[in-house]
Design a protein around this ligand. Structure first.
Ligand SMILES: Cc1cc2nc3c(=O)[nH]c(=O)nc-3n(C[C@H](O)[C@H](O)[C@H](O)COP(=O)(O)OP(=O)(O)OC[C@H]3O[C@@H](n4cnc5c(N)ncnc54)[C@H](O)[C@@H]3O)c2cc1C
Length: 427
């Protein structure tokens, strides 16, 4: 049997102790079989179990092994492309529904943390940091857009305002989202998994789904067992591989890298981020950073199209960190890791059904901590027969990547060039 452990991240090193769950080794029957124990799978499972469904989750490695246990931990509202892109892509009714849901994921996370007493270092407040006037104008437009959908938690920051929350000379201004925030991402996933199990759900680790037998009662096979269910939910995201061939062409796994410093002394930590907000900049290829509960700076950035693991992560990310915070030159990097998110061409999530009993949601393209929690609720609604909100997402159009996932090397160069040009000349 395979035995895949967590990558050597700061999160794995500080995870809530959790015993390994045994792999599936028999034939079981259930209402819903979920493939993947990241936020999408766990959020779906939790909403369903709360409503009395029997839920089995198959996880190829460990709970939160994928992006959900490795990410920047930033609770960012809305989607990787904002609601104005959605308005251009679907009907007015669907756009209204998707826009109205853009702030629900963050509320779901807070509600889950509170209801199930999940210890994941939740902190309020997220900052978008701008490098120039063009990005400030974009933030002003974003504030009006989010306001139009009823969201009033945004506060624009001028040059003095941004200095008061981030001790970096790089930014000309920014915007504070009081409804944003940050978490220890792996501990959130582990807490959600425990909550699901407390409601009777079962999670099998080290149990990759290797085949889905499609029928009126679909059956998901692993190496040593199988799960027969009324519904299957595919939640493997960037780690899914070729299990569902029709999903692969319209999405591409991409890597992004993160480092964590040694713990900073209290004065240095408080000088860098005095309000303990998380920060992401406004570039397309963006940097993101925050303090951990034990006062390390967690700094991420970089994109590897096609998700090949870079050999020296620190060499990629540390210079970015020092450009933002030269005052950290003497501070050691203690952890460096990479993780994969799933990119779509539109950067909007890829959602839908295969037949009438296999559901999927994936491809939130970099910002997925909030969306994946919302996705769980919307999939659970659809399985209960209330599919209006699910269908609004399912109507988002998606197009194949030229050459598909396997064309990753040339596309990587083109993609990186394209996005860095967008950052530099702002088109
Ligand atoms: C380094 C990094 C930093 C990020 N930072 C942020 C951030 O700060 N804020 C933000 O909003 N978003 C961020 N993201 C994106 C966010 O983490 C993801 O969008 C989100 O976690 C995706 O959750 P998921 O459950 O869909 O996928 P994942 O968390 O990747 O989970 C998929 C799971 O499915 C399992 N799986 C796959 N195939 C199979 C199979 N055949 N059988 C069984 N199991 C299978 C995998 O092992 C994995 O555990 C980041 C992503 C990365 C990689």
């Amino acid at each position: 049997m395979p035995n895949t452990s967590y990558p050597a991240s700061y999160y794995a090193a500080s995870a809530t102790p959790t015993p390994e769950r045994p792999p599936l080794a028999s034939s079981v029957e259930t209402d819903v079989c979920i493939i993947g124990a990241g936020y999408t799978g766990l959020s779906t499972g939790l909403f369903l179990a709360e409503q009395g469904f029997r839920v089995v989750v198959l996880e190829a490695a460990r709970v939160g092994f994928g992006a959900s246990g490795r990410n920047g931990g930033q609770i960012v509202n809305s989607y990787s492309r904002d609601i104005d892109s959605v308005e251009r892509s679907v009907s007015a009714n669907d756009a209204q529904l998707i826009g109205a849901m853009a702030f629900e994921g963050a509320r779901i996370i807070r509600e889950r943390v509170s209801r199930y007493h999940i210890d994941c270092d939740l902190k309020d407040g997220g900052v978008f940091a701008a490098f120039n006037d063009k990005q400030m104008r974009h933030l002003e437009a974003q504030r009006s857009l989010w306001n139009r959908y009823g969201y009033d938690q945004l506060e624009l920051l001028d040059a003095t305002g941004i200095r008061n929350v981030v001790a970096s000379e790089r930014y000309t201004g920014g915007m504070l989202d009081h409804g944003g925030g940050h978490i220890h991402p792996l501990n959130l996933a582990l807490g959600e998994a425990a909550a699901l199990e407390s409601l009777g759900g079962t999670i099998y680790e080290q149990s990759p789904a290797i085949r889905i037998e499609r029928s009126a009662t679909p059956c998901v096979h692993t190496a040593a067992g199988r799960v027969t269910a009324k519904f299957v939910v595919v939640a493997g995201n960037a780690y899914l591989g070729d299990l569902v061939p029709e999903l692969a062409a319209k999405s591409m796994p991409c890597g992004t890298q993160v480092i964590a410093t040694e713990p900073l002394d209290d004065a240095l930590a408080a000088s860098l981020l005095p309000q303990d907000y998380c920060v992401e900049d406004c570039n397309y290829l963006l940097d993101y950073f925050r303090l951990s509960a034990d006062k390390r700076l967690i700094y991420g950035g970089g994109v590897v199209y096609g998700a090949r693991d870079p050999s020296d992560i620190e060499a990629i990310i540390r210079p970015k960190m020092l450009k933002t915070f030269p005052q950290l030159a003497a501070v050691k990097t203690e952890f460096a890791w990479t993780g994969n998110f799933l990119l779509t061409l539109s950067r909007l999530p890829q959602v839908g059904r295969i037949g009438d009993n296999i559901y999927y949601s994936q491809g939130c393209s970099g910002h997925g901590v909030t969306y994946t929690h919302l996705a769980g609720k919307v999939i659970a609604e659809a399985l209960r027969g209330q599919a209006e909100r699910f269908d609004a997402f399912a109507h988002l159009p998606h197009y194949p990547f030229p050459g598909g996932q396997r064309f990753s090397a040339p596309l990587s160069a083109l993609g990186a060039l394209y996005y860095s040009l967008r950052d530099k000349i702002g088109f």
